[in-house]
Design a protein around this ligand. Structure first.
Ligand SMILES: Cc1cc2nc3c(=O)[nH]c(=O)nc-3n(C[C@H](O)[C@H](O)[C@H](O)COP(=O)(O)OP(=O)(O)OC[C@H]3O[C@@H](n4cnc5c(N)ncnc54)[C@H](O)[C@@H]3O)c2cc1C
Length: 410
């Protein structure tokens, strides 16, 4: 039997670490499980840069003392709020510094099962022990949701992988690699492969690659700032709305939310990546992979345009940079009993304004609740709203100040 804490935080990425910082500051008892910055450390390629601006890449703490900017100033890393891409290794070191300084004691073990009990939750842990908590915050990011189209997955892992399976793309030097996709991950993986000596082709269903523009000058004249405001996720009024008001996004009709969560801020390359892609290696747009088979030690791919024109090409490896799709059924540590009690929206957990699911005491934050809280949940920037909201609610209920709101409805 273990002592119950108020909160078990499942996850130690930007969202989980931010919630922990706020709970610790509020004196709420908690335990935190997961590998600090795991996705960034172990599922992204070395040499990558963040697409989000410096000012939009901070974790959240109550005193705002542990921003990315504060870390860079303290450690001598170059930093600018706008216009200077943040290197991946700087961001990983930043996250680790945040954890060491503000939330020491992250337990680097995984949660394997969560069961609802009359007083809260029992959690089974990968080291064979148990934990008990009155509330659970799930902040497990996207790692459970990697998506590879069935046609490519059928090739098997020797021939086709997802970008999250690679930290070192130099292992493909001298090989013919086809990267499928048109988002930042596809474009940057292709650039890094090319720069590391691979013979790369990028294949994209989109008719053309979309490139983000340079960030707007924050000191531009007021009329321009009103016409096109800049916010954590980029410029324009709809982007401003997604960045600033997840609680209002939640009030939009469900169909709109699902559509916006899937399509807003869709696949596009960062402005600083463009000259590392264009004219560097073949980019085949308007082409869908229609067949993929292994033949005599390499892969034969058939590509087809919308007009039905086909071409064939051979490759030694395919990287399916086809993204992530949150799906509750992939969270195997949520037993069927618990999963069946959860209201859902588009296959994800529906949450109320405090990020509480229909199971009282179970909170979900981050990309897994984008269809409820909006596209900002797919970005580090959303950790501010999610962590402050959840921590306020949990600190209030730990002190008996807040009655849990009615559970989320469909
Ligand atoms: C290639 C790539 C580039 C990106 N670039 C940017 C960018 O530039 N800017 C931006 O804002 N966003 C970017 N993102 C989006 C990014 O995923 C999110 O912004 C952010 O990581 C979400 O943080 P999180 O804390 O929800 O999840 P994560 O960072 O994914 O952390 C998940 C945590 O959950 C833990 N965990 C998972 N399962 C369990 C379990 N069963 N038990 C215990 N712990 C568990 C993991 O160990 C980890 O600690 C990028 C994503 C990808 C894939």
């Amino acid at each position: 039997m273990t002592d119950a804490v108020d909160v078990a935080i499942v996850g130690a990425g930007p969202y989980g670490l931010s919630v922990a910082a706020h709970l610790r500051g509020a004196g709420v008892s908690y335990r935190q499980f997961g590998r600090p910055m795991h996705l960034w450390r172990d599922a992204m390629p070395r040499g990558m840069f963040l697409k989000s601006q410096g000012f939009a890449s901070s974790l959240s703490d109550a005193g705002r003392t542990h921003t990315l900017e504060a870390f860079c100033r303290k450690t001598g890393h170059p930093y600018a709020s706008y216009g200077l891409p943040v290197p991946l290794d700087t961001f990983v070191s930043y996250g680790q510094w945040f954890a060491d300084e503000l939330v020491p004691g992250v337990e680097e073990i995984l949660v394997t099962d969560i069961v609802r009990t009359p007083n809260g939750f029992d959690l089974s842990l990968s080291d064979g022990t148990q934990a008990t908590a009155r509330n659970v915050v799930l902040a497990v990011g996207v790692e459970h949701f990697a998506r590879v189209p069935a046609l490519l997955a059928g090739l098997g892992p020797q021939w086709c992988t997802h970008p999250s399976q690679h930290t070192d793309l130099s292992v493909f030097a001298g090989q013919r690699v086809v990267v499928v996709g048109a988002g930042q991950s596809a474009l940057e993986s292709a650039a890094l492969l090319h720069e590391n000596g691979a013979d790369v082709h990028l294949v994209a269903r989109a008719q053309q690659v979309v490139w983000n523009g340079q960030p707007l000058d924050p000191a531009r004249p007021l009329p321009q700032r009103i016409a096109e405001p800049e916010s954590g996720l980029g410029s324009g009024w709809s982007t401003w709305f997604y960045s600033r008001h997840p609680e209002l996004f939640r009030r939009l009709p469900e169909r709109t939310r699902i559509n916006r969560a899937r399509t807003a801020l869709g696949p596009a390359g960062g402005w600083w990546l463009r000259n590392r892609v264009e004219d560097q290696f073949p980019v085949l747009t308007g082409q869908a992979v229609s067949a993929a088979t292994e033949q005599g030690g390499s892969i034969a791919l058939s590509l087809r345009t919308r007009d039905g024109i086909s071409r064939r090409m051979a490759a030694d490896h395919v990287i399916a940079a086809t993204g992530y799709r949150p799906d509750l059924t992939r969270l195997s540590f949520l037993g069927r009993g618990l999963r069946d009690q959860l209201s859902t929206v588009d296959g994800t957990v529906a949450v109320d304004r405090a990020y509480q699911s229909s199971v009282r005491g179970l909170y979900v934050i981050g990309p897994a609740v984008a269809p409820t809280m909006g596209p900002v949940m797919r970005f580090v920037y959303g950790s501010e709203h999610a962590s402050t909201t959840v921590a306020r609610q949990l600190a209030g209920s730990a002190k008996g100040l807040v009655r849990a709101p009615a559970p989320a409805s469909r």
